[in-house]
Design a protein. Structure first.
Length: 98
């Protein structure tokens, strides 16, 4: 197993591998893929709650959602690490609940 990546490294990995295809698809088409991955994650979570889930599949679906989120950020010019820092770490983070 490789050493864990930070968020910026992961976003660069996704950009380096998929940017040309992702940018050609555009934000609207990419968002549809992201929502499909959320659906697959929801199904994996439901199976887990029923007691017949597969941990490996659950982990795979979380990874897919994160990859498609990184894709959306890449094609819309958002650096996830900076956005997270600005929202949750700068000046003590947001007030209240998320």
């Amino acid at each position: 197993m490789m050493a864990p990546m930070d968020i910026a490294e992961f976003q660069r990995l996704i950009r380096d591998r998929y940017y040309a295809t992702d940018a050609a698809r555009g934000p609207e088409g990419t968002f549809l893929w992201l929502t499909e991955e959320f659906g697959e994650l929801a199904r994996a979570l439901a199976r887990r709650q029923r007691g017949d889930g597969d941990q490996a599949n659950l982990e795979e679906e979380f990874a897919d959602v994160l990859a498609w989120l990184a894709t959306m950020a890449n094609i819309t010019g958002v650096e996830l690490a900076k956005a997270i820092d600005d929202k949750y770490l700068t000046d003590g983070g947001p007030e209240g609940r998320k």
